[in-house]
Design a protein around this ligand. Structure first.
Ligand SMILES: [Zn+2]
Length: 402
C-alpha cells in the first residue's frame, strides 16, 4: 500500500493539469483512516509508532528532533538537502528524484493561475554571491503550457551586478528569498518599475507588511507570496484572485495544533512524515469561501524570520548568508549580535572535545569572519543558552536595522 497518490500514478506531463483541475474542483479531504493504515504498512518505524493507535487524532506528532530517526527508503537515487529550520536544529531531507520533481511542480502550481506570457523569463534570488550571465545556457522548464527560462542571482552579490542582469534579461517574474530582494532594493537606489516585472513571488521567509509594500512598490507589480518548508515542500500560496493563502491540502494533510502546524505530505514516501510539526504557527480557516480556487485557506501567524546582522563597515548582512549547514559535525546554531556589535555564535556539535569538535570551532570562526568582516565574535557551546528569539529566530540582533 502506498501513501503517495499523485506523484507516481500519472505521467509527469499530466502533473500540471492535475494540480490545476484539483485546485478548481470542490475540495475533498483525505481519508484519514486509510492514510493511517498506509503509514502503518510503510515501515517498521511507523508500525511501531502506531502500535495501539486507531484514531488519527491520537497519532503523536513528529518533531524536528525526531526527524533524524525517520527511515529513508527509495528504490534508486535520492536527492538530499539540509535545512536549518525554525528551531535551529538541522535536518537532512531525502527525496527520491521523482518526489523532487513533483515538489518542483507543486512549487509552480500558483503560476498556473497568473497572467503571464507563454515564455516566462524569471530571476531567482538565492543564497550566495554569484550572478549568472545573461547569456548562460538555458535548460528550459516546461510546465502547464509555458516555458520558463531561469537566471539565478546570489543575495550577497553587488547590487549593480544584479541590476545589470535584470536590465538585460527584463524578467517577467522575480522569485526567491525575500530578505535578499529587500536588500537589493535598498542598496540599488534606482527605479525598478520600468523593468516589466509582472509578478514578484518570494518564498522562504515570513513577510512583514513593510517588506510586502517595499517589494510591490519597487517593481510596481503585484506581490504573491508562497509558503513552504524544506522538509514538507510547498504548503500554501497567495492567490491572485482573492489575496488569501490557499493550502495544497490535496497533497499535504494540514492540521492546526496549539503547538504549531502539523503536516503530512502525501507525495513523499521515501522519508515519509506523519503529522510533522515544522514549528510554524498557522491557522486553517474553517469558514466557507467563494474564491474560484477551491483549496482551503490558511493564515500564517508566525514563521521563520531572522534579523539582519551589521558588519564592521555598517553594511547589512542577510541572515541567510550563513551556510553553516555544510560544516561537518555541527548539529545546530544560532547567532546573537549584541548592541556593541559583538557576534555571539551559539552552537551544538556532535562532540565538543575531540578533534572534530575543534575543527567545528575553527570552521565556524573562519566562516563567520568571512561573512561578517570587522566584528569581534564569541563561540558559545549550547544553542539553548540563547533564550531570546525562541523558536522563530535563528539570527537575532540588538542593533536596529529598520
Ligand atoms: Zn483565492
Amino acid at each position: 500500500m502506498r501513501i503517495a497518490k499523485s506523484v507516481k500514478y500519472r505521467p509527469r506531463y499530466e502533473w500540471a493539469e492535475g494540480l490545476r483541475s484539483r485546485a478548481l474542483a470542490e475540495f475533498i479531504g483525505s481519508d484519514l483512516d486509510a492514510c493511517l493504515e498506509a503509514f502503518r504498512n510503510h515501515s517498521a518505524f511507523y508500525a511501531r509508532r502506531l502500535t495501539g493507535v486507531s484514531r488519527w487524532q491520537d497519532i503523536k506528532p513528529l518533531d524536528k528532533e525526531d526527524f533524524a530517526s525517520l527511515p529513508v527508503s527509495t528504490d534508486g537515487q535520492t536527492y538530499d538537502s539540509r535545512s536549518s529550520g525554525t528551531s535551529g536544529f538541522q535536518v537532512t531531507v531525502r527525496n527520491s528524484i521523482s518526489e523532487r520533481r513533483f515538489r518542483q511542480a507543486l512549487a509552480y502550481r500558483p503560476f498556473l493561475f497568473y497572467t503571464l506570457d507563454d515564455i516566462v523569463r524569471q530571476v531567482i534570488f538565492i543564497d550566495g554571491i554569484q550572478v549568472e550571465d545573461a547569456n548562460k545556457k538555458q535548460w528550459p522548464f516546461k510546465f502547464g503550457g509555458r516555458t520558463y527560462l531561469t537566471w539565478r542571482v546570489g543575495i550577497a552579490a553587488p547590487a549593480e551586478q544584479i541590476l545589470s542582469l535584470l536590465q538585460t534579461v527584463r524578467p517577467h517574474v522575480i522569485r526567491g528569498l525575500s530578505s535578499g530582494i529587500v536588500r537589493f532594493i535598498d542598496e540599488v537606489g534606482t527605479r525598478l518599475d520600468g523593468l516589466g516585472v509582472q509578478v514578484v513571488s518570494p518564498s522562504g521567509e515570513h513577510l512583514t507588511p513593510a517588506w510586502r509594500v517595499l517589494m510591490g512598490e519597487a517593481f510596481a507589480t503585484p506581490l504573491l507570496d508562497r509558503y513552504g518548508t524544506t522538509e514538507t515542500g510547498p504548503i500554501a500560496w497567495q492567490c491572485p484572485f482573492c489575496g488569501d493563502y490557499h493550502a495544497n491540502s490535496d497533497e499535504i494533510i494540514l492540521e492546526y495544533s496549539p503547538e504549531g502546524l502539523l503536516a503530512t505530505p502525501l507525495f513523499i514516501e521515501s522519508q515519509a512524515m506523519l503529522r510533522y510539526r515544522p514549528g510554524d504557527r498557522v491557522v486553517m480557516h474553517t469558514q466557507e469561501h467563494d474564491c474560484r480556487i477551491r483549496l482551503p485557506k490558511l493564515t500564517i501567524l508566525q514563521a521563520r524570520r531572522d534579523d539582519w546582522i551589521i558588519d564592521g563597515l555598517g553594511r547589512k548582512v542577510s541572515p541567510l548568508s550563513f551556510q553553516f549547514e555544510q560544516v561537518e559535525g555541527l548539529r545546530a546554531w544560532r547567532i546573537h549580535q549584541l548592541k556593541s556589535g559583538v557576534l555571539r555564535l551559539y552552537f551544538d556539535s556532535e562532540t565538543s572535545d575531540s578533534k572534530l569538535g575543534l575543527d567545528v570551532r575553527r570552521e565556524l570562526a573562519s566562516q563567520l569572519q568571512a561573512i561578517v568582516p570587522g566584528r569581534e565574535y564569541e563561540l558559545v557551546a549550547g544553542i539553548w543558552k540563547l533564550e531570546r528569539g525562541g523558536k522563530f529566530k535563528r539570527v537575532v540582533s540588538d542593533i536596529a536595522t529598520g
